[in-house]
Design a binder for this molecule. Structure first.
Ligand code: HC1
Ligand code: SF4
Length: 587
């Protein structure tokens, strides 16, 4: 440990701690813009400068480490003035158009300037004009608001390892962008939104669909239906000041009804359906390979994450035959609302508007893919992020925290605990195993509380293995087979898994789950800011307690799933399923 004093308070912290974190440990909050837990600090913003006795210059406390006997002044006049100057220089470069910014009241620069009592900048204003980048379906980039903190660069280069964003030019002309390509759509950006999730200001945000959704709600001729992703219920409360990990499923349903949606369904219904289709697809691939000795693409890879699909199509086209042909739950729910539900309710599907609420920016892209029209209409009309739904609820004056619980509507709103856990890394795999194991053996997955513990949690790449025994007669060819599954989250880890696949090193695995965002959807690019590992863990805990609170925890037990197969779809992988629920990928 190291002993030092900060503003006359003695503090003892482990060696290697930054001054910033040492100060935080004794309740002194040093402002910072470029630093974020889990995202490497470049020390570029100079907003966290502190005075250290004996040092020749002021030090950025997010980088400078503690030293034995160090005497640090956070609150000295010199340090205060230096930090204030840094913020004033940033403001001199900033549009200061706060009322017209999507980050108004939720902007780290605005908060810091306000905390410092800055009402005017001493420096001449030198704002750079840049055209808006509206080239992708998922994101809006406004580089005139960028403060060059480089958090997005770290997210894109180091965490996701997609490598689109980088600092270009130098000095005053510095700009963050995609090289010679002016617009994101021309780059290999997968629209994961991890850059938007860490941006402290309004420079990168989701492309806003709020006005479109209000217009649909205001149109009396439209029947507007909404459904919410598994991860929303573990994060939406944060938009209203509730702690990370608050479970708000029932309040969310009530809020959506009060916003005026005609039906409130649940993406979780389609997550259960995905497990049926994807589970039977896996069993079919295994039957073809093991019993019929056919050449089949194994391991099967999950396909519900749209950032991962974009990534595979762009960087690893050879992996595409391994991907499940299942559409994502969002893209199963949409066409079923415009066919099955439309028939049941006697509503012309042309009058139905399907809105999905997703923790994700790539979902906006997925909804706009030209092939996603199997209902005969655009299957998903609009995608809102968790943050956008939070804004709509606030704008409607709804007191979210005190809402009574509601329940999703019938036909496409019932779900099981297996669907809940889709929201976190390892969950789709666990949900699939809960059903596939039982279909093959007739018995429950033999793990405490149905959890496959080794694939839970925040390790980047996880695996599980177990032997099949006591298989049903029709699956006797699988007797004694060791099932091996692999789970990865964060595209940096996806790179590693895809390289292994290309090298032929995944032959002993049968099933692989990939999620784009660290932690899975609970850490999606559209979730309430700022998501660090503590927030991820709290949301994951909420998701598992939601699962455990259910009577039904296996997708094949969902009564609405049984009903839709009996009355509409026929059987998993059947003719109708193929038409409405499966897709192909484009290298
Ligand atoms: Fe996800 Fe999915 S779990 S992709 O992570 O398969 O976005 O939550 O909705 O579609 O169900 C996201 C979450 C979500 C789909 C499901
Ligand atoms: Fe990089 Fe993802 Fe942002 Fe695209 S959306 S620039 S891939 S971090």
């Amino acid at each position: 440990t190291v002993n030092l004093t900060i503003d006359n308070q003695p503090v003892t912290v482990p060696k290697g701690t930054t001054i910033l974190n040492a100060a935080r440990s004794i309740g002194i909050k040093i402002p910072t813009l470029c630093h974020m837990e889990g995202v490497v600090s470049p020390g570029s913003c100079r907003v966290c400068l502190v005075e250290v006795e004996g040092a020749r210059t002021l030090l950025p406390s997010c980088i400078a480490q503690v030293g034995e006997g160090m005497i640090v002044h956070v609150n000295s006049k010199t340090a205060r003035t230096a930090r204030r100057t840094s913020v004033e220089l940033i403001l001199a470069n900033h549009p200061l158009d706060c009322n017209n910014c999507s980050r108004n009241n939720n902007c780290e620069l605005q908060t810091i300037a306000s905390d410092m009592g800055i009402t005017a900048s001493r420096f001449p204003r030198l704002v750079q004009e840049h055209p808006l980048d509206l080239s992708t379906s998922g994101l809006t980039r406004d580089m005139s608001k960028c403060i060059l903190c480089r958090r997005c660069v770290t997210a894109c280069q180091n965490i996701q390892q997609v490598g689109v964003l980088a600092a270009q030019k130098r000095g005053f002309a510095t700009i963050i962008g995609g090289g010679a390509k002016a617009n994101l759509a021309e780059t290999t950006c997968v629209q994961c939104g991890q850059c938007a999730a860490v941006c402290p200001v309004g420079a990168i945000t989701e492309k806003d669909a709020i006005a479109d959704v209000w217009a649909a709600l205001d149109d009396p001729k439209k029947h507007v239906v909404v459904h919410t992703a598994p991860a929303i219920r573990a994060a939406l409360g944060e938009c209203f000041g509730m702690p990370a990990g608050s479970r708000v499923t029932g309040k969310m349903v009530t809020a959506l009804r009060r916003l005026g949606f005609d039906k409130v369904f649940d993406t979780n219904f389609a997550a259960d359906l995905t497990i049926m289709e994807e589970g039977f697809e896996l069993i079919k691939r295994l039957t073809d390979a093991v019993r019929d000795k056919k050449a089949v693409a194994l391991p099967q890879f999950t396909s519900c994450c749209p950032g991962w699909i974009n990534f595979a199509e762009t960087f690893y086209p050879k992996s595409l035959p391994y991907l499940s042909s299942c559409k994502s739950p969002m893209q199963m729910e949409g066409p079923l609302i415009k066919t099955w539900y439309a028939q049941k309710a006697g509503i012309d599907p042309k009058d139905i508007v399907v809105v999905s609420v997703m923790p994700c920016t790539a979902k906006k892209h997925e909804a706009n893919r030209p092939e996603m029209v199997d209902s005969g209409f655009k299957d998903t009309d609009y995608v809102l992020t968790t943050r956008e739904l939070g804004k709509m609820v606030t704008a409607a004056g709804i007191d979210f925290v005190n809402l009574p619980d509601g329940r999703a509507d019938e036909l496409a709103g019932e779900s099981t605990g297996a669907a809940d856990i889709f929201a976190n890394s390892g969950g789709v795999m666990e949900a699939a195993l809960r059903t596939a194991y039982e279909v093959i053996t007739g018995r429950e997955l033999p793990f405490p509380s149905l959890h496959v513990a080794s694939i839970q949690g925040l390790d980047g790449i996880k695996e599980a293995a177990f032997k099949l025994d006591g298989c049903k007669p029709e699956f006797s060819f699988l007797e004694g087979v060791t099932v091996k599954v692999l789970v990865a989250h964060g595209l940096g880890n996806a790179h590693k898994v895809c390289k292994k696949l290309e090298a032929g090193d995944l032959a002993e695995y049968q099933f692989v789950e990939i999620m784009t965002c660290p932690g899975g959807c609970i850490g999606g690019g559209g979730q309430p800011r700022m998501t660090d590992d503590n927030v991820r863990r709290a949301r994951i805990a909420a998701i598992y307690s939601e699962d455990e609170s259910r009577t039904l925890r296996k997708s094949h037990e969902n009564p609405e799933i049984k009903r839709i197969y009996a009355e509409f779809l026929g059987e998993p992988l059947g003719h109708k399923s193929h038409h409405l629920l499966h897709t192909t990928y484009t290298p």
